[in-house]
Structure formats: C-alpha cells, structure tokens
Write a protein that binds this ligand. Structure first.
Ligand SMILES: Nc1ncnc2c1ncn2[C@@H]1O[C@H](COP(=O)(O)OP(=O)(O)O)[C@@H](O)[C@H]1O
Ligand SMILES: [Mg+2]
Length: 142
C-alpha cells in the first residue's frame, strides 16, 4: 500500500493508521534516507499507541528508546551508527522481539541479516521538500 504525505502531521496519521492494526510481537522495519521521516513515523506510532509523545526522539546515539504507558510497549531502535548486526545482538535485540510489544527499527536494511522474516516493511521516499511516499507492506505472513 502506497501513501502520500505532504506534512509531518500526515506522516504521523499514516503511522497512526498502521498502529491501530498492530498486535503484540509485531516487528516494523523502517527504510529511507536521512531526513525521510522515519523518526516522525515512530512518533506517530507511539502517540497512537498511547505513549507520551514528548519522550520520542531519535535513538541514533542511544540505540534503544522504550515508550511505555500505551496499549503496547514500543521498542525503538536505530541502526544508522551500528557497526553491524553484532551491535544489535549484544544489546539484546533478539530478546526484545520476544517481549510481546512492538519493535521498530530505523535503517533496518543495515542489519537485514538478523531481522525476522515476518515483518511490516515501511519504505519512505523523499519526493519533495515536504512530500513523502510511504510504502507499507506485510512481509512473510504465514
Ligand atoms: N511529509 C513529511 N513527513 C515527515 N517528515 C517531514 C515531512 N515533510 C518534511 N519533513 C521533515 O523531514 C524531517 C524528517 O526527520 P526525521 O523524522 O528525523 O527523519 P529520519 O528519522 O528519517 O532521518 C523533519 O525535519 C521533518 O520536519
Ligand atoms: Mg531518525
């Protein structure tokens, strides 16, 4: 499914639509260049799940942010500065996937080899200063 967004608010509301369909244990892989809106999309997910939106920031330097207090706990990771999949494994990425929350990873394509095959793939493309194309697909469903 391809969505077009013309503002940060629209990107957040597309994320909110996805959030409504999420169930415990879902994994969301975000792809797209720097400034695409991946972190904004995660903010939309967190708000829609009922977490505190002020807590949402880019985890580029801390690797993992956790947003609690909503319908499902959201674990937010960013693979931008990782040396590789080993970094993710050492912070317990595989265990996070078993927490019955939602795990979302920015720059997921950088750690492709350790990602679960079953995922919700979100690819964000920059098509104008404030315009984004978001392709959302469920991959590897049984
Ligand atoms: N339609 C849009 N959707 C999301 N972000 C947008 C949009 N238009 C402009 N922007 C801007 O693009 C930037 C996206 O930043 P961010 O979410 O941190 O990107 P990423 O995490 O992909 O690097 C923000 O500065 C935001 O204001
Ligand atoms: Mg980001």
């Amino acid at each position: 499914m391809v969505h077009l967004s013309h503002s940060v608010e629209q990107t957040e509301s597309i994320a909110a639509e996805l959030a409504a369909t999420l169930v415990a244990g879902d994994f969301v892989a975000l792809e797209g260049p720097l400034g695409a809106g991946k972190t904004q999309f995660v903010r939309g997910l967190a708000v829609a799940l009922g977490a505190n939106p002020r807590a949402v920031s880019s985890p580029t330097f801390v690797l993992l942010n956790i947003y609690r207090g909503g319908r499902l706990t959201l674990f937010h990771l960013d693979a931008y500065r990782t040396a590789g999949a080993g970094d993710f494994e050492s912070i317990g990425f595989l265990e996070l996937l078993e927490q019955q929350g939602i795990v979302v990873v920015e720059w997921a394509d950088r750690i492709e080899k350790i990602l679960p095959g079953r995922r919700i793939r979100v690819v964000i493309e920059v098509v104008g200063e404030n315009d984004r194309s978001l392709t959302i697909e469920r991959v590897g469903e049984p």
